[in-house]
Design a protein around this ligand. Structure first.
Ligand SMILES: C[S@@+](CC[C@H](N)C(=O)[O-])C[C@H]1O[C@@H](n2cnc3c(N)ncnc32)[C@H](O)[C@@H]1O
Length: 361
């Protein structure tokens, strides 16, 4: 199991230093074996030793690094790996847009880097109850925040719904602002947010609003912020689910063209408050209706591309089947076979970066 273990800092670093002073690679390897046997039995982090005197490190990572040293054929190689291990334990190197320590990147098993996301069942912990029809799985905002924000930064979700993004903000120590058209949904989401344990360093709120016309800067200022560092947009997939009867609701747009027009305005509006160089994620699927597949997701992607953003990734994510669809599986299979089409099993997450220099394009 990949446990976090706590190493006594001074003595472990001293052991590494001693290993680097040896002049025979065979002795280095023998001593590394002894060190391995000793430290991999070390106390698991569950015993909560004092943070300052201890190095917290994943057992799997440490075992892998020590094994690599043992596999070295030359003293130079062994010393290179020893020095890399020392550095990874004593210094931090992060990118501008997240808190991932690149010196210990091998420890981030949880963070996805492939463009195909086959996510298992939805995460039902930390207040996520999946009561809202049309929500997304918490793993989506979680992955996005781990890659594209630092602790204490701001995330805006202009189609907040049941607040999946906002709950993940709380869990990950980010600040979140959600805007949602339906007052009844906002009331329920707000109550969920307020029921979460109080937090000293971050806030997550939801406001009623039409994101086509909301002045996000003004709302952000009311919450003590000026701009955001990540946008997560999960709009209706046009009329696949009708969220309300309101004509302001994107799910009631008259046509695909009208939907894209409204979505374009929300994108433009949200980009106003996104810092340059930071990311926008658009989560959306296609539509099959009246014997025709509409590539809604790619049309929506184009709306962002019209607005000075670089496309960074197109992620294909498995579709979590609704209970209704699952019950009708045989019927859909028959329809697909007779109608000459394929059944949706995926949706998209498009990732864009707001350009640093708008005149570059
Ligand atoms: C796909 S759902 C988002 C679900 C959300 N990610 C969650 O996990 O609960 C889209 C949401 O956009 C809302 N919506 C539609 N038109 C809107 C508008 N003009 N302004 C703000 N929200 C809108 C809908 O009411 C719906 O809750």
């Amino acid at each position: 199991m990949n446990r976090i273990i706590a190493l006594e800092k001074t003595s472990f670093l001293k052991s590494l230093e001693n290993l680097r002073s040896l002049s025979d690679v065979r002795i280095v390897k023998k001593k590394v074996q002894l060190l391995r046997d000793r430290v991999l039995q070390t106390t698991s982090f569950r015993n909560r030793p004092g943070r300052n005197n201890h190095l917290l490190v994943s057992r799997r990572y440490l075992a892998g690094e020590l094994e690599q040293i043992q596999q070295s054929h030359t003293l130079e190689r062994a010393n290179y790996y020893l020095s890399r291990l020392q550095k990874s334990l004593t210094s931090v190197k992060t990118a501008k847009i997240n808190d991932l320590n690149l010196r210990r990147w091998k420890e981030y098993d949880e963070v996805l880097t492939d463009s195909l996301w086959l996510l298992p069942d939805r995460d039902a912990s930390a207040g996520h109850s999946a009561w809202y029809w049309g929500n997304f799985v918490p793993q989506i905002p979680r992955q996005l925040m781990l890659r594209y924000t630092k602790k204490g930064e701001w995330v805006l979700d202009p189609f907040a719904g049941s607040g999946t993004t906002l709950l993940e903000c709380i869990r990950l120590g980010r600040n979140g602002l959600g805007v949602e058209l339906k007052p009844s949904v906002v009331r329920k989401t707000r109550a969920t947010l307020q029921s979460m344990p109080s937090r000293a360093n971050n806030t997550a709120s939801i406001e009623v609003g039409d994101s086509v016309v909301t002045d996000f800067r003004k709302v952000l200022r009311q919450h003590g912020a000026n701009s955001v560092q990540l946008l997560i947009l999960h709009p209706p997939y046009h009329n696949i689910i009708r969220f309300s009867k309101s004509r302001r609701d994107l799910s009631n747009a008259r046509s695909t063209t009208h939907f894209l027009e409204l979505l374009g305005k929300v994108i433009e509006n949200s980009l106003e408050v996104l810092d340059k160089g930071r990311y926008l994620a658009l989560v959306i699927g296609d539509i099959y209706s009246k014997r025709e597949w509409t590539p809604l997701a790619f049309l929506a992607m184009n709306e962002v591309l019209k607005r000075e953003c670089l496309l960074k990734s197109i992620i294909v994510k498995n579709f979590n089947q609704t209970t209704g669809k699952r019950k009708q599986e045989a019927l859909w299979r028959y329809r697909a076979l007779s109608g000459g089409f394929y059944i949706f099993k995926h949706e998209y997450i498009f990732l864009f970066q707001k350009q640093e220099n708008l005149s570059r394009r």
